[in-house]
Design a protein around this ligand. Structure first.
Ligand code: PRP
Length: 215
């Protein structure tokens, strides 16, 4: 490694995706043992050999760090990319974290989606919900932003339906809700800052090719 080589910085979305990302990076010889230590309060980790830095961030902040170049590379769910709408190149579908963005609700709400009725939609993803209802379905709806446990919406009478992630479907099932419409499939994606892609294309593409071969 040459002395003047600059660091390439990775922003990883906290939680399940980060653990899976570290596993797959391990497989291609990119190690960051320190980061796996659950008790640490450190925010940034360095692999001096490869000149890589890693930090954990809240999922929705990952595309922000990448757009501004504070991170060269990010790993984040497609749901977050769609919702945040940040500028970055999406270079790789990592194939894990697979789930679906769906319109869900009680079976009785199905007909509310057929006749362009004004309905209430609760979601952690107001932009995705708006794009789907306004631009794809041409249905004017009232979107209510929630921050989690969105399934409560139709149960407590806050909304008619929700737009949310469905993975196994067990949260819906245990709460008497069903998938009414599917919006799109989701999974973890690798994104790259647009300038970094030009300045460090060789190191970044080398990494992408190695990851691709190990998926
Ligand atoms: C997500 C999502 C659903 C659930 C879907 O919530 O919002 O509630 O997982 O998974 P399932 O189909 O396998 O049941 P998360 O656990 O991230 O928590 P949140 O409700 O606080 O967003």
């Amino acid at each position: 490694m040459s002395e003047d080589m600059r660091y390439i910085t990775f922003a990883l979305g906290k939680g399940r995706l980060a653990n899976k990302t570290l596993d797959i990076l391990d497989r291609i010889g990119v190690h960051c043992e320190e980061m796996k230590d659950k008790s640490t309060r450190k925010l940034i980790f360095v692999n001096e050999e490869l000149k890589f830095k890693f930090f954990l961030a809240k999922g929705p902040d990952v595309p922000t760090y990448v757009e501004y170049g504070a991170a060269d590379i990010g790993v984040v769910g497609k749901d977050t990319l769609l919702e945040e709408g940040r500028r970055a190149y999406e270079v790789l579908d990592l194939g894990f974290g697979k789930c679906r963005m769906c319109v869900c609700g009680p079976e009785s709400a199905r007909e509310l989606l057929q006749h362009h009725e004004m309905i209430r939609v609760a979601s952690k993803y107001p932009h995705i919900a708006k794009d789907y209802f306004y631009n794809k379905k041409h249905q004017t709806v009232d979107i209510i932003k929630l921050n989690g446990s969105v399934e409560l919406g139709p149960i407590v009478g806050l909304s008619d339906v929700i737009v949310d992630i469905v993975e196994t479907g067990s949260t819906l099932k245990e709460n008497g809700l069903v998938v009414l419409e599917e919006i799109c499939p989701l999974s973890a994606r690798m994104i790259v800052n647009q300038v970094s892609m030009k300045m460090e294309s060789q190191r970044i593409m080398d990494l992408v090719h190695k990851l691709k071969a190990n998926l």
